[in-house]
Design a protein around this ligand. Structure first.
Ligand SMILES: [Cu+2]
Length: 313
């Protein structure tokens, strides 16, 4: 019994042993594999009082969002149920040793044909912030896109004040007609493509367009809190100015890279670009509403729609 007095009891020893193993584990064991399934299918959607059948992921518009942590593995099965060939690009992800998961059709893979599927399997290495995914063939990305949100590793904080809430804000376009017809006509004639009918914020054109008062994105906020807006420009071709009336925002991250924070009243976001901004809401402003708007920036003669998309804060 002498020996027993110097050793801790067996259950405690087991605990101590497992705890020391836990401390020795490399951090990648906390990474997980996240499974998603994207069924590419047609869905009827109405905007600007025009209904059309369009290509979507899982029949959703707006889109499913992907949420992962830095270091996680993503396993996404894409099944094509439509007549178009399709592939999905994981925009901005550094595909280290997984180039075949990048997604551009005819570049890193053949497109997924009707009735076929493809599994995108990759690990997010050294990136955190906001990225996005979109169809990468012809103009299908005008309806097939969504956010890819990468949180820091478990237990790692943001290098800025922790936001009270995080909200994706995605800029896009709405065509009353089939965008595939627009691009194929442009390719045949060599002219600029016919313009879309509205810009959208989170799939909604907003109250400045005809017939769209109800189709306005509204962000309800509490006073005196910090919100992080995850901005994504998913518009096909247009640079957009974005601002929120009577507010400035603090830019903290661009294309999933932290930046030295700076304040601005207006920002320019190019197609494909993403940025995280902090928005501090006013301390006390009962029932106030503020416009959040985006409009295009263009100096050339190309075809574009010089209109304004509005959402409400
Ligand atoms: Cu892309």
């Amino acid at each position: 019994m002498v020996g027993a007095s110097i050793l801790p009891p067996p259950t405690f020893r087991a605990l101590l042993f497992s705890f020391s193993i836990f401390c020795l584990l490399p951090e990648h064991v906390f990474a997980v594999t996240r499974h998603y399934k994207f069924d590419i299918k047609l869905q009827n959607v109405t905007r600007l009082c025009h209904s059309k059948s369009m290509v979507t992921v899982n029949g959703q518009f707006p889109w499913p969002r992907i949420v992962a942590r830095e270091g996680d593995n993503l396993f996404i099965k894409v099944v094509n149920h439509v007549q178009n060939n399709i592939s999905i690009h994981w925009h901005g992800i550094r595909q280290l040793r997984s180039g075949w998961a990048d997604g551009p059709a005819y570049i890193t893979q053949c497109p997924i044909q009707t009735g076929q599927s493809y599994v995108y399997n990759y690990t997010i290495v050294g990136q955190r912030g906001t990225l996005w995914w979109h169809a990468h063939i012809s103009w299908l990305r005008s309806t097939v896109y969504g956010p890819l949100i990468i949180l820091p590793k478990r237990g790692v904080q943001y290098p800025f004040a922790k936001p009270y809430k995080e909200v994706p804000i995605i800029f896009g376009e709405w065509f009353n007609v089939d965008p595939e017809a627009v691009i194929s006509q442009a390719l045949q004639t060599g002219e600029g493509p016919n313009v879309y009918d509205a810009y959208t914020i989170n799939g909604l054109p907003g109250l400045l367009y005809n017939c769209s008062a109800k189709d306005t994105f509204k962000l309800k906020v509490k006073p005196g809190k910090i919100y992080m807006l995850r901005l994504i420009n998913a518009a096909l071709n247009d640079e957009l100015f974005f601002s929120i009336a009577n507010h400035s925002v603090t830019i903290v991250d661009v294309d999933a890279v932290y930046v030295k924070p700076f304040d601005t009243e207006t920002l320019l976001i190019t197609p494909g670009q993403t940025t995280n901004v902090l928005l501090k809401t006013k301390p006390y402003f009962p029932n106030a509403t503020f416009f959040m708007t985006a409009r295009p920036y263009a100096t050339g003669q190309g075809t574009f729609d010089n209109s304004i998309v509005a959402a409400i804060l």
